[in-house]
Design a protein around this ligand. Structure first.
Ligand code: P6P
Length: 331
């Protein structure tokens, strides 16, 4: 791959080149990722022109999460579903914005994958131009699994086979893994393509940065409070943007730990398992980091029980996650 790497390598050609290394590969991933890439270019444009096209602000409606829907949440959701809907190997779409899955085709009719996504994570930050993003997970539906799309997606035979996000920040950054390392692409607007900027990205083993909303500290379980006290006494710095994609991207690039714990008023935590924590955990692990939901509990080992369930998150550099875990296990 290193020879190819020296040339201009687009996301599409990279995934196709990677698939050619697997004789049995069917091109499924490139077909789905190209739809996500197309959708993200369109969403990125909307985000950048939000103030000009007056699509900021809320819809005056709430989503299944009970959260105020932003106009761009709805717009982004429609864009992704329109782009993915035409891919013949997708059986179902699960969106943070929709209570039930969008069923496209049965397993028998070729629907071998489900795509789970948060169309515009962090959208409440849009009106202050903070980085927001799209998070996605590609789940291969278990062969022969029967039942509703929810049953099929939650069936243990179904498994996450690819994950990624697009961060609409100072540039549009597409970070993806298909289980063979983490690769980063940046949108080159002059050619309209995501071009490879980093192959096999590795998260730094350690860095004294923690990312958590300390305003809720009084409501965290004691182990988190003890960890924060230790971090304060050991020269850590705090970085918190309040947009998961931006906070996790910084953690992936610079190292450190991103934490969203359970609290007394949110006993399961705030972040959604299937289309936020699960894809981000696959990326962090593929980059050499760790992701846990509690002490001695690898997040990806937690069996999801419902599509919109929430889960506590501690993810980042392996050493930094271990520092948090030490205090959680004493809890
Ligand atoms: P808080 C954005 O609303 C989001 O879902 C994530 O992107 C982000 O990490 C989290 O919520 C921020 O939550 O409670 O700190 O505002």
């Amino acid at each position: 791959m290193s020879k190819i790497q020296q040339n201009l390598m687009s996301l599409q050609s990279y995934v196709l080149a990677e698939e050619r290394e697997y004789p049995g590969a069917t091109g499924d991933f490139s077909w789905i990722l190209s739809a996500i890439s197309l959708a993200s270019k369109s969403i990125g444009n909307k985000v950048r022109r939000a103030r000009i096209e007056d699509v900021l602000g809320d819809m005056g409606d709430t989503n299944v999460q009970g959260e105020q829907q932003q106009k761009l949440d709805v717009l982004s959701n429609e864009i992704i579903k329109a782009c993915l809907g035409s891919r013949a190997n997708i059986g179902a779409l699960v969106s943070e914005e929709d209570e039930t899955p969008t069923v496209l085709r049965s397993h028998q009719d070729g629907g071998r994958y489900a795509v789970l996504f948060d169309p515009l994570d962090g959208s409440s930050n849009l009106d202050v131009s903070v980085g927001v993003g799209t998070i996605f997970s590609i789940v291969r539906l278990g062969d022969g699994v029967k039942g509703s799309p929810e049953d099929m997606i939650l069936n243990p035979a179904s498994r996450q086979v690819a994950a990624g996000y697009v961060l609409y920040g100072s540039s549009s950054v597409f970070v993806v893994t298909t289980g063979n390392g983490v690769h980063m692409f940046v949108l080159d607007n002059s050619i309209g393509s995501f071009v490879l900027v980093k192959e096999n990205l590795r998260i730094p083993e350690t860095n004294k940065i923690y990312s958590i909303n300390e305003a809720y500290a009084d409501r965290f379980p004691g182990g988190y409070r003890d960890y924060l006290k230790w971090a304060h006494d050991n020269g850590y710095t705090s970085r918190y943007i309040g947009s998961m994609v931006a906070d996790v991207h910084r953690t992936l690039i610079k190292g450190g730990v991103f934490i969203y714990p359970q609290t007394t008023d949110r006993p399961e935590g705030k972040l959604r398992y299937l289309y936020e924590a699960m894809p981000m955990s696959m990326l962090i692990e593929q980059a050499g980091g760790r992701s846990i939901a509690a002490a001695d509990t690898r997040l990806l080992d937690v069996k999801p029980k419902s599509l919109h369930e929430r889960i506590p998150v501690v993810m980042g550099s392996s050493e930094e996650v271990q520092n948090v875990e030490r205090f959680l296990s004493e809890d």
